[in-house]
Design a protein around this ligand. Structure first.
Ligand SMILES: Nc1ncnc2c1ncn2[C@@H]1O[C@H](COP(=O)(O)OP(=O)(O)OP(=O)(O)O)[C@@H](O)[C@H]1O
Ligand SMILES: O=P(O)(O)OC[C@H]1O[C@](O)(CO)[C@@H](O)[C@@H]1O
Ligand SMILES: [Mg+2]
Length: 545
């Protein structure tokens, strides 16, 4: 069977995606030869490459993205499947159909043709655009329940909800698919080869979602592809669930490549975790809402302190290495913030339109003010003044200077020392407090959906993907799409304008530069969470996994 059929009516789609897990395909891959539809950067024409031979795959070079095109500009950026590199894999009926809890579900399985569109705001003559494979259970699975040996690892910094994802992976595997061999890898990637493992059962993980952190521990650095894949192979692990941020997903992608090169029947699934919300394509990352909510406590405290003193200034530093989403959302939610500074919007202190001029004006008007600053903001100013060394953490991330301390000192130097004003400045640094807490109710639900989507994908034989909501629908996204760039606040977007209008702070941006930047934008920014139709509130009500 070919990957593309050409039936013409709309009810039977004109284009049918290749989904090896649904009934109208043969139950094994014996009768069809999987193809990659490959796509090169300077060509828009798909070409087929026969990949059914395991040996061919072993010798092949880097995995090429599976791009499948259809009518009217339809593009499916598909994810790899185990049958792409292993032929003759048997399939089994999905045990979910005999699960009493799911017996009320009208349609157990997602339609083979279901894909999720990346851009939902379109015009009459728009092309159909990029799609991702919809997440969810398939009729056929590629693993028998007692054959599955899964493992879970958490990497990178902490984030509210890590324990919930772990819990729901373990419970989901057990309750939906009857899987009872799940191994926890301790201490991040290096745990595969240098740390202990722990057996995870529904009983072990029963109430871990009420705790912050990760029961498995985490780390930065310590990534060694061959040692990790050797460990996976030696332990007979065949489903690998990797929870982590951009660095982790890059690592997961390399692990997938190596597993594919070795021709192993191992599904590699990434679950995106980042408190900074800097992973592209997905609507938002888990733990983000919880962090924004917790940040309110710090902002409230800063506000109470500031308004209780003459010329009181409260400074709150929030996380956000390269992306200011937490600061932006915490500011918008609070309404007590007078100025929000983020990495994406360079600012300056002195002179007309600068921060000091604004502080002076606000103190005169209101007698107090609150400043929220993301940790990555103004780093270029700090580097100049502090002659920063280019230090990195174990994962190669740039180590930042403490911008909160720096800006607090600069404000005191200018107003108290130079201008001899009577100011009282309180600096609050809740950075780790907002990420070390358990996830809130809505993040808990989100984490559950992520875990379930991940499990359904792995059971269906998909691999080499990250799972996440795209416009409110969970989808399987190829690794390269979430690692090729970082999601950032777009300061020419309406969301940042909303913030500027709510705080009335200067934009610090030269309008001429904005016009120039607008002309050079080549990719539409993804949803900025509260932006019009892409409103993220739709997630919990509309979501179907
Ligand atoms: N390009 C890469 N290739 C392989 N492994 C990587 C890569 N980048 C990072 N890693 C590994 O991924 C793990 C986590 O990376 P990192 O510390 O950057 O956190 P992260 O996943 O980006 O999460 P966050 O930044 O949200 O805390 C580390 O063990 C690191 O060695
Ligand atoms: O101190 P750590 O663990 O390196 O984490 C700090 C970093 O982790 C994050 O929370 C996520 O990348 C960043 O916001 C922050 O810079
Ligand atoms: Mg990162």
């Amino acid at each position: 069977m070919d990957t593309i059929s050409s039936s013409a009516s709309l009810s039977t789609p004109r284009f049918r995606c290749f989904d090896p897990t649904n009934s109208y395909h043969s139950t094994t891959t014996v009768n069809h030869r999987p193809y990659f539809l490959t796509f090169s950067a300077n060509s828009t024409t798909a070409s087929t490459r026969d990949c059914s031979s395991k040996d061919a795959m072993k010798n092949s070079t880097k995995y090429e993205p599976k791009i499948i095109t259809g009518d009217d500009g339809y593009v499916l950026e598909d994810v790899p499947h185990l049958t792409d590199h292993i032929s003759d894999l048997p399939t089994y009926p999905n045990p979910l159909q005999d699960n009493p809890s799911y017996s009320v579900v009208k349609q157990y399985f997602v339609n083979a043709d279901d894909t999720v569109v990346q851009k939902i705001v379109v015009q009459k003559d728009s092309l159909r655009g990029t799609h991702f494979r919809r997440a969810g259970p398939r009729q056929k699975v590629y693993f028998e329940s007692d054959e599955v040996h899964a493992c879970i690892v958490t990497c990178g910094g902490l984030c509210p909800g890590l324990n919930t994802v772990i819990r729901e992976l373990v419970c989901g595997l057990y309750h939906m698919y009857g899987v009872n061999r799940v191994l926890g890898i301790e201490g991040g990637y290096r745990g595969f080869y240098a740390r202990n493992t722990v057996l995870l059962s529904p009983k072990v993980v029963n109430d871990i979602h009420k705790r912050g952190g990760t029961i498995l521990g985490t780390s930065r650095g310590g990534y060694d592809t061959s040692k990790i894949v050797d460990s996976i192979e030696d332990r007979g692990i065949n489903q690998v669930y990797i929870i982590g941020g951009d660095g982790t997903q890059r690592g997961a992608s390399v692990i997938f490549e190596e597993i594919r090169r070795r021709g192993l029947k191992v599904a590699v699934v990434g679950i995106p975790k980042t408190i900074d919300n800097d992973i592209p394509v997905i609507d938002k990352s888990f733990g983000f809402d919880t962090a924004v909510e917790e940040a309110q406590r710090a902002i409230n405290a800063a506000h109470v302190e500031a308004e209780s003193f003459e010329n009181g200034i409260g400074v709150v530093k929030l996380m956000g290495r390269y992306s200011g989403f937490i600061a932006m959302h915490a500011t918008l939610a609070s309404r007590d913030v007078d100025c929000c500074l983020i990495p994406e919007s360079p600012f300056y202190l002195e002179g007309p339109g600068g921060l000091f001029e604004f502080i002076r004006k606000r103190l005169k008007e209101h007698g107090h003010m609150v400043i929220v600053i993301a940790e990555g903001a103004g780093q270029e100013l700090l580097s100049e003044s502090m002659r920063a060394m280019d230090q990195q953490d174990a994962s190669g991330n740039k180590l930042l200077q403490d911008v909160g301390l720096w800006i607090s000192q600069k404000i005191k130097d200018n107003f108290a020392n130079r201008e001899k004003m009577n100011i009282t400045l309180k600096y609050i640094d809740p950075t780790y407090m907002i990420r070390a807490i358990p996830s809130n109710a809505s993040d808990n639900v989100y984490c559950t959906l992520l875990a379930h989507s991940a499990i359904h994908g792995a059971m269906a034989g998909y691999t080499g993907f990250t799972v996440g909501p795209v416009n409110g629908r969970h989808a399987y996204i190829p690794f390269h799409r979430v690692t090729e760039r970082q999601n950032k606040v777009v300061i020419t977007d309406r969301m940042w304008a909303r913030l500027l209008s709510s705080t009335n702070q200067p934009s610090f941006v030269d309008p001429k530069q904005v016009i120039k930047d607008k002309d050079t934008v080549d990719e539409e920014p993804r949803s900025q969470l509260l932006n019009g139709e892409n409103h993220i509130d739709t997630l919990t009500t509309q979501e179907r996994v």
